[in-house]
Ligand binder design. Structure first.
Ligand code: FO1
Length: 323
């Protein structure tokens, strides 16, 4: 059975996984999920990217939105707002609240996040092994101009505040994964990478999703040293992110929003192969000059079959690299 490890962010990662599972239903898939987007709200621990993968693969996701639960209601949020308790800009629904209550209760009882995630997945049966990148708390913060100070000062805001409240409308000067330096990979993460037949970077955000996972001490090295081919799919098509605001956080780390620049950002030390969209076919030569095998194929995840075709192309490129 083919062992596949996927480093996944939220919506893009989850949708890619659905295509991958349709392409290779018998594969043994381990997902290493980003937890840098995690946020503590109302005393509860919210893990957006883990939940997005769990709900998407488990059939509970709000399909159009890509995050949160289908058939959601917002009575708790409205009641909190009536007490003047926010933040009002973050949409936590009633069904979703239950997940965060169970998670927080288990964490308070002493279970690590990896065990809690396994327990939540016992209900959702996502069909993959979902591991948080770390059991330790890591929170991505974004350095922006402090518009109120007027003297050129900067301030750090939580990633969710930058992404959801501010819609990445101001420049990000730096991305800071608070806590990463002291963090350890969760149990099973390094072992899964070492035992993989192929490692995939889905078209997730290269900075705040895949980049944050690689930033957990030991993970980047494990991927670089993996015997398996490492294949990525570009989240940038025609010079712009397919979804989300990846261009803002790429600029913060000095990377242009092009498919080739993102491949060079990961580098040939990590990547063996890179898929760009057909519209970026001209970038293939540039990526190959950087020492990374590259192919141009359609990369729009319009439906499960189109996404499965992307996954098959990634696995075919892995075979080519291996040969
Ligand atoms: N994204 C939004 O654009 N607005 C929200 O209010 C929002 C709430 C939310 C609640 C739970 C959850 O699991 C995800 C949520 N997201 C929301 C998505 C999330 O902010 C980001 O898309 C990811 O963190 C980036 O991967």
């Amino acid at each position: 059975m083919q062992r596949i490890v996927v480093l996944a962010g939220g919506i893009g990662g989850a949708r890619f996984l659905r295509g991958l599972m349709s392409a290779v239903p018998d594969a043994d898939i381990t997902v290493i999920g980003n937890t840098g987007d995690d946020i503590h709200l109302f005393g509860l621990k919210v893990c957006p990217d883990l939940d997005t993968v769990m709900y998407t693969l488990g059939g509970g996701i709000h399909e159009e939105q890509g995050w949160g639960r289908a058939g959601e209601s917002f009575a708790v949020k409205e009641e909190l707002a009536a007490y003047g308790v926010g933040p009002e800009w973050f949409g936590l629904g009633d069904r979703d609240f239950a997940t965060h209550i169970v998670r927080t209760q288990m964490l308070a009882a002493g279970y690590p996040l990896s065990a809690v995630t396994e327990a939540l997945c016992a209900r959702w049966k996502p069909g993959v092994r979902l591991l948080p990148m770390s059991d330790d708390r890591i929170e991505t913060h974004v350095l922006i101009d402090d518009s109120e100070s007027g003297d050129g000062a900067r301030k750090a805001v939580h990633f969710q505040e930058y992404w959801v409240r501010m819609r990445a409308s101001v420049d990000a000067h730096a991305i800071i994964p608070v806590g990463a330096e002291q963090a350890k990979p969760a149990p099973g993460v390094l072992e899964a990478i070492a035992a993989a037949d192929v490692v995939l970077f889905p078209p997730s955000n290269p900075v705040v999703s895949v980049g944050t996972i690689l930033g957990v001490p030991g993970v980047r090295e494990a991927v670089a040293d993996a015997a398996a081919p490492v294949i990525g799919l570009s989240p940038i098509v025609g010079g712009a992110p397919v979804r989300g605001m990846a261009d803002k956080v790429l600029a913060a780390v000095g990377v242009e929003s092009t498919a080739a620049a993102v491949a060079r950002h990961y580098g040939s030390g990590l990547l063996d192969g890179w898929l760009v969209d057909s519209v970026d076919a001209a970038a293939v030569a540039e990526v190959e000059e950087a020492g990374i095998r590259c192919r141009a194929v359609p990369l729009m995840m319009t439906d499960v079959e189109a996404t499965a075709a992307m996954a098959r192309a990634a696995l075919a490129l892995a075979e080519e690299v291996r040969a």
